[in-house]
Structures are given as structure tokens and as C-alpha cells.
Design a protein around this ligand. Structure first.
Ligand code: SAM
Length: 273
């Protein structure tokens, strides 16, 4: 096929689901199997011609082999995972009337084995305020025995948020696991607990850029393939947060192939945050 085709035309021509085409084509393009001149617009190139021949199928490397060829020296496993506080200027959380020792500074929602809080406390040992890890009961049991300075509490999906007025509610690698309607419910439950003047939501997640490197485009593809997960573009994040009643007040990202920190506050709040 000569010329460019948009996602809708590709879906029509193949009979495949349009969302599926929109997700898979950035991966195909970043592997070099077609070209992309604009977002959601693709054209055939020399590689397309090769793989379109029956004999050419044998020349298609596995994703892992191709990754080494096209993206030398980089893979999700080779890159060190950034800590949320290495991306985010935590001075933004200070000087707003909290934290005091008896107030809640940070709630790590679905925090796993409390690594986010443990490393944060190690880096900023003198910060006042309570730190609370929330996760499903079986995870919380394991976490409580390993870290005594961090409070742990059971919290499962769609539970109302019991901890009111924390300075920040952190979600690390959580929303990428869930479709929009579930994320919206989690966000709304959190908003109901937020103090209107000083609480914020911090989201550590991937921000999908369809024109970026293999690392990132393929991560969205892999999230799709293991469940209902989704890696969102900046527009999708804005839409999701605003549909829940939040306004994005900052996005920090040091490497387009890695995690991003998104800060949000209730939409009605005056000022920058
Ligand atoms: C991808 S891990 C993220 C862990 C951690 N926040 C981090 O930054 O590495 C997702 C977490 O969500 C938790 N989780 C999964 N299903 C849940 C549910 N229904 N209710 C509450 N937590 C859940 C898991 O136990 C896990 O700790």
C-alpha cells in the first residue's frame, strides 16, 4: 500500500478493532516495520515490504532481539526504576500548614511491600507526619513485619478512603493496571477524603508518547496483553483526572521511556495547587 493511512482506515481495511490498532501501531512503528509521519498516521516502508512477503516472515526478529537492535543498551529491566521522590520536588509538600507529627503526611495506596515509603523515610528521615501504607490484607501482613516505622492498613479496591486530610495520596504503578472506570472510582474515593485546601494526589505511572522509543510504546502493548491495563497519553491522563474531579498541577518526567510523576488537586481549588 502506498501513501499514509490513519488508524480508522487501518481498522476498516483489516477488520480489527480500532483501539487495538491505535495501541499496536506505535509498537509496529517503533520496531521499524512501518513509518509514522504524524500521530495515528502510518505508511509502509522498506521493512513493511519485506515482512509483507511470505518469505519475509522469517526475518522478523522476536521483540527481544529487535529491542537490542533498535534500542541499544536500554530495556525496562536495565534501567533503574526511579523513586517517586527523585522525580518530584517534595518541597511542594511542605509549608502548607501540614505536616505536624500527628497529621498524615503521606498515604501510599496499593503500596506493595512499602518500598516507596521505606526509601522515602530513609532519604528524608526528619520529615514530620505519619506515613501509611495501604494494600490488600495479605500484602499488608508481610509489610507490617518488615517495617515498624511505617503504619500499615488494609484497604481494598472501592473501599472508601478512611484516612482524611493527608498531605499527599500516592499511587505508584497502580492506574496502569486498571481501565478508566475503575481508576475514576479509586480517584473519587480519594477525593472524598482529601482536605480541600492542602491535600494532593501523586501518581507515579507511565506517560505514553506514541512517538517515543520501543521501551515505552511496547510497555503499553504489554500492559494490554496482561489484562485490562493501559498506559495513558498526557491527554488521556488529563481526561481521566478531570472526569473524576481533579486538575493536574504538575507533570515531572526525566526520561520519556520511564515513569512520570503527576500531581493533581481537587478541580475547584484556587491557585496553582
Ligand atoms: C503494581 S503494584 C504497585 C506497588 C507499589 N505501589 C509500587 O509502586 O511498586 C499494585 C499493587 O496493587 C495492589 N492491589 C491489587 N489489587 C488490589 C485490590 N483489589 N485492592 C487493593 N490493592 C490491590 C497489589 O497488592 C499491589 O501491591
Amino acid at each position: 500500500v502506498s501513501g499514509s493511512l490513519c488508524v480508522a482506515q487501518l481498522a476498516d481495511g483489516t477488520g480489527a478493532d480500532r483501539d487495538f490498532i491505535a495501541h499496536i501501531m506505535p509498537v509496529v512503528s517503533s520496531l521499524g516495520f512501518c513509518s509514522s509521519s504524524a500521530q495515528d498516521v502510518y505508511s509502509a516502508n522498506e521493512m513493511t515490504a519485506v515482512v509483507a512477503q511470505i518469505v519475509g516472515n522469517n526475518q522478523v526478529s522476536s521483540l527481544h532481539n529487535t529491542k537490542r537492535t533498535l534500542d541499544p543498551g536500554r530495556s525496562l529491566h536495565q534501567n533503574r526504576k526511579m523513586r517517586w521522590f527523585e522525580l518530584y520536588p517534595i518541597g511542594r509538600l511542605l509549608g502548607h500548614g501540614v505536616p505536624y507529627n500527628d497529621t498524615i503526611f503521606l498515604v501510599d495506596i496499593y503500596g506493595g511491600q512499602c518500598d516507596n515509603l521505606r526509601t522515602f523515610k530513609a532519604r528524608f528521615p526528619y520529615l514530620p507526619g505519619r506515613m501509611v501504607l495501604q494494600d490488600i490484607p495479605v500484602v499488608v501482613e508481610g509489610a507490617s513485619s518488615s517495617e515498624s516505622r511505617i503504619e500499615v492498613m488494609s484497604h481494598i479496591l472501592f473501599d472508601p478512603q478512611a484516612l482524611k486530610g493527608a498531605r499527599a495520596y500516592l499511587f505508584g504503578s497502580v492506574f496502569q493496571n486498571w481501565p478508566d472506570h475503575i481508576c475514576r472510582q479509586i480517584l473519587r474515593n480519594t477525593i472524598a477524603a482529601m482536605a480541600s485546601d492542602h491535600s494532593c494526589i501523586l501518581i507515579m505511572d507511565f506517560l505514553h508518547d506514541p512517538n517515543s522509543c520501543f521501551n515505552q510504546t511496547s510497555y503499553g502493548f504489554r500492559m494490554d496483553s496482561i489484562g485490562a491495563g493501559v498506559v495513558r497519553t498526557e491527554v488521556q491522563w488529563k481526561d481521566l483526572l478531570s472526569s473524576a474531579g481533579l486538575r493536574i498541577t504538575g507533570i515531572w518526567n526525566q526520561d520519556p521511556g520511564m515513569e512520570t510523576l503527576i500531581e493533581g488537586v481537587p478541580a475547584g481549588r484556587d491557585g496553582a495547587r
